[in-house]
Ligand binder design. Sequence first.
Ligand code: FEO
Length: 395
Amino acid sequence: MHAREIRKGIHVIASVHWERRLFDSLIPLPDGTSYNAYLVRGSKATALLDSTDPVLRNDLLEALQDVRHVEYIVSQHSEQDHSGTIPDLLDRYPEAKLLCSKKAEDLLTTHLGVAADRIQVVEDGESISLGGKTLQFVYTPWVHWPETMCTYVPEDRCLFSCDFFGSHLATTDLYVTDQARVYEAAKRYYAEIMMPFRAIIQKNLDKIADCPFDIIAPSHGPVYDDPDFILDAYRDWVSPAIKNEVVLPYISMHGSTGRMVKHLIDALAREGVTVHAFDLAVTDIGKLAIALVDAATLIVGTPTVHVGPHPAIYYAAHLANLLRPKLKYAAIVGSYGWSSKAIEQIAGLIPNLKVEVLGTVLHKGVPNANIYAELDELAAAVAKAHNDDESVLTG
Ligand code: FEO
């Protein structure tokens, strides 16, 4: 897309990837995405912050066709969706220096083949003047790679944050116009890549609070001209508080596990617990990740396949283990034909989740009244654990 001005001398060039539906061959993108580069022009020098995914390199190169000189290219994050076109830009602008953090130097040379003599490492807190505009670099590691940094331009009170606060959203909106839509897209992104680094994200939030900004300009999705909206959301997501919610990924082959899950959902709802249930045969795994951000309890529902859990449950349990949500409680329910080790195997898949197991209900064949009573007891135990736990917001 053409360059659009967000402050005098500062333009965003958004490469909008309308048709992309999967990121890193892992993360569903139901609403596409965009890759934002930012052109910052001072009186003495011009800088380009980030680039675009190589698939859309021509979009960026065309938008820059009238920009004759770029003195600095800033790589805030080495992943290909932001740095993959940097080699093309270094060819286009042979006078340009590539600015990056110390840790990014290695990643940019090994992953993208950037020549070491084009790189100029900037330290945390270092500033470079463009003439009337200053680039101040703020290291913000682990959002979600170790080398990531933000760039602050104090003259314009703009914070350029790359993935941090980003939302996977293909849109022509320059600024956030639909907060609910951006909230979900940003939460999806946080859940899928940043949630495991919650403690460091909190430190990064504290760190950027030293920069008085009016605008957050991320490298995915629209620009925030009301930064409190996304700052409040992030503070909530990283806070120790959890919600009176159960995430219930399940799958059923012949109906028995499905009946148990349906009964349990109803029993939990009667106990006043909110349930986010996901039939893994059809679910968007990103929605599951979003639900994991706030929930107090994970309950897995599985049939037995060759003694163990269904393979879809392996995937979901492994994903939850990788994402390290705030969960404090867990339970397993399911069915089997003749024998099962599903409970032991699922427990072995989630060592990162420091959860208290509130119960297991595993049944041979079609569920009966006794099993439904056990599920009612499990629902009551979940509600009690939530009510007794001060970190669970039950109001
Ligand atoms: Fe948007 Fe980590 O790349």
